[in-house]
Write a protein that binds this ligand. Structure first.
Ligand SMILES: [Zn+2]
Length: 189
């Protein structure tokens, strides 16, 4: 992904909901990461934002009636024009802002990739894989449970999901090229 030191084009909509102006926050926008404050981006955060960008362009957030939805998702695969990608990205953000359940699910995918990247990058330093997984899961769970996302999930539940996910999730599979497995269930709590 390309990093650009600016606010994303839809900053007004995002800022109205989350008051993010002036904060060191990254914004995925398709193939671009907007980094308005120019902060250093750790590799695990690149992995996190890449998941958002990839899912935006895949049309995961596209807003359309059902028949049109299928059509647009297909068009994103076969003929992804700039206008269509732009619409898919903006729709994703619109849902992300307005639907907490959607936001939580998207953040779970992104945090799984972040966690997987931490384990991949630093795995060799640990003698106990179990201790490594628990440490990184706790760290990433704190971020996922943070007020930034609107307190969507408890830290304990977030950690549980990450530890589960390390063995078996669609996103981790895509990320590590492992075998297919069932999607993460977003339970209560
Ligand atoms: Zn995120």
């Amino acid at each position: 992904m390309r990093v650009v030191k600016a606010y994303p084009p839809n900053i007004e909509e995002i800022d109205a909901a989350f008051q993010v102006r002036g904060k060191p926050i990254l914004f995925a926008f398709g193939e671009i990461i907007y980094n308005p404050m120019g902060v250093d981006i750790a590799p695990e955060l690149m992995a996190h934002e890449a998941v958002h960008g990839r899912r935006q362009i895949a049309g995961e957030g596209i807003l359309a009636a059902f028949g049109q939805y299928d059509f647009l998702r297909q068009a994103l695969k076969t003929n992804p024009t700039e206008a269509l990608k732009r619409r898919a990205i903006e729709d994703w953000w619109h849902r992300y802002i307005n639907e907490p359940a959607f936001r939580l699910e998207e953040e779970i995918f992104a945090h799984i990739a972040e966690y997987a990247e931490l384990c991949r990058l630093h795995g060799q330093r640990w003698t106990s894989r179990r201790a490594m997984r628990r440490t990184y899961a706790a760290h990433v769970a704190r971020r996922l449970a943070a007020p930034l996302y609107g307190n969507l999930i408890s830290q304990a539940r977030a950690k549980e999901i990450l530890l589960d996910a390390s063995a078996c999730t669609e996103e981790a599979r895509l990320y590590r090229g492992g075998p297919p497995c069932p999607p993460v269930r977003v339970g209560a709590g």
